[in-house]
Design a protein around this ligand. Structure first.
Ligand code: FAD
Length: 452
């Protein structure tokens, strides 16, 4: 018999339960990726992610070829394409990883019905895209955890399944046609400093991280200039790395750095279980409401371009433009700046992030934006991050600002964080904007908005 394995956000061969189940039950397997036109139409086909995805698909195909197989790539309506491939291969089973968004749920149900009508069974596998699946740990009084700390206490006590090895051989039946693999060539609008994708790249990065990064993670993860986080987020988003394997191997290294790192990976599971239980949280305020957000198009444009006049905010926004990635501390303070200081709807910022972030992810992006905007599950929703205080704490010597804002490259700290304080010619010689807004004014407007 023949099985189809439909790859979505799990573009790897190591620790892949759907692939293992298919290989255990079948003589032949069709590894399939469908570029879903509905996802493109919904505006998620951002160039940076398409480029990273192309790398991942090419690497997956190469890995399969080393094992005697190949990747079948199609594009169109996902349900129709899977049914067609199942028909061409005469398959009796399709294996798929569970996903959390409202769209993914609807798509899975459509797929199940369409396949059943053809006599093909759909198997959906947990713990492929998360370490602990949504719904596995629950509070006594609700269908999900809204606050991270108690979630994490339960999450930490779960026994994770053992990671699976990559298969040795994969036999793909003849007669199933594939489109050409996508490539980076021909994509325009890419961030110049975009990272490379693919399972091999992800595994190499993770191995290097365990050898020489994770140990210092607890102390250094907030150091903007130090860039001392794992940068594994795009690999987790596209599933070139398995969260289960990540947690196992990090725990084996042990120590405070590895513990802090595992805690962040649990944040990812946390957001996914919120989105699974509250699909509308991707677009609608999760808890508190702000009905009178400002539109302020010029201010939003200055924020996007990294021209707000607040150096650390501008540095972070320019890192995003250049790399399609931003340090977590930068994400926090730029999101606070947009939603609290400028008092602009978090969805405007979340959209811009999704247009550029190579790790742009429905659960992590939307829920972190909600958290920072004070509309989500933050237990301190009135917190406003002051970009000057943040800069002095997390970019003590101004190195991060100088790296990304060349107009300020000749300034030392603390002047580099407050160029408006410079006098006379020192100020006049800088081609750098005045602050867009007074911080105290923004802060008061936000707090008034909340209480009214
Ligand atoms: P590390 O610090 O090395 O952490 C390891 C992994 O843990 C990350 O790769 C990520 O998968 C997970 N993680 C870390 N922090 C968080 C967090 N706060 N919430 C959830 N998971 C976390 N992350 C995304 O993956 N996609 C997004 O679209 C995204 N948008 C964000 C938007 C805002 C406004 C904010 C404040 C955060 C956002 N994050 C997002 C979370 C976090 O900033 C990134 O995951 C992290 O910066 C990625 O860098 P890293 O891989 O070096 O992280």
């Amino acid at each position: 018999n023949v099985s189809v394995v439909l790859f979505t956000c799990d573009l790897r061969l190591h620790d892949h339960p759907p692939l293992r189940a298919a290989l255990d039950g079948s003589r032949q397997v069709v590894p399939l990726f469908v570029r879903d036109r509905a996802v493109d139409r919904a505006g998620f086909a951002a160039p940076n992610r398409l480029a990273f995805l192309a790398d991942c698909l090419r690497d997956l195909d190469a890995g399969l070829r080393e094992r005697g197989g190949r990747l079948v790539v199609r594009s169109g309506d996902l349900v129709e394409e899977v049914c067609k491939v199942a028909g061409e291969a005469d398959a009796d089973e399709v294996h798929l990883a569970a996903d959390v968004s409202a769209y993914a749920h609807r798509r899975e149900e459509r797929l199940r019905r369409a396949l059943e009508a053809e006599g093909v069974r759909l198997h959906v596998h947990d713990t492929v895209t998360t370490a602990v699946e949504p719904g596995a740990v629950l509070p006594t009084s609700s269908d999900h955890f809204a606050v991270f700390t108690p979630y994490f206490a339960h999450w930490s006590r779960r026994r994770l399944r053992d990671p699976l090895t990559a298969p040795r051989t994969v036999h793909v039946p003849d007669g199933v046609g594939s489109e050409e693999l996508p490539s980076r060539a021909g994509l325009s609008g890419l961030s110049p400093g975009l990272a490379a994708g693919g399972e091999r790249e992800g595994r190499a990065r993770f191995a290097a991280w365990l050898r020489s990064g994770v140990e210092a993670y607890e102390d250094r993860h907030d150091d903007l200039a130090g860039d001392a986080t794992s940068r594994l987020s795009p690999h987790l988003h596209f599933g070139t790395l398995s969260p289960v394997e990540l947690v196992h191997r990090s725990r084996r290294v042990g120590g405070p750095g590895a513990e802090a790192f595992v805690r962040q990976v649990a944040w990812r599971d946390f957001n996914r279980q919120v989105l699974a239980a509250r699909p509308a949280a991707a677009t609608v305020d999760y808890r508190a409401k702000h009905d009178r957000w400002r539109t302020a198009p010029d201010e939003v444009e200055a924020w996007r371009a990294g021209r707000t006049g607040y150096p650390v905010v501008d540095a972070a926004m320019r890192q995003l433009l250049h790399e399609g990635w931003m340090h977590n501390r930068g994400r926090l303070l730029t999101a606070s700046f947009l939603t609290k200081t400028l008092y602009v709807d978090w969805r405007v910022g979340a959209r811009h992030f999704l247009d550029l972030l190579v790790d742009g992810d429905m659960a992590n992006n939307q829920l972190n934006w909600q958290w920072m905007a004070g509309t989500g599950t933050d237990t301190r929703p009135n917190r406003v991050l002051n970009p000057v205080t943040q800069a002095k704490r997390y970019d003590l010597h101004g190195e991060y600002v100088r790296r990304w804002v060349p107009e300020l490259a000749d300034l030392a700290a603390p002047a580099v964080h407050e160029p408006w304080k410079l006098q006379g010619l020192d100020r006049a010689g800088l081609d750098y904007p005045e602050p867009l807004v007074e911080l105290s004014e923004g802060r008061e407007r936000f707090l008034r908005g909340r209480s009214s």
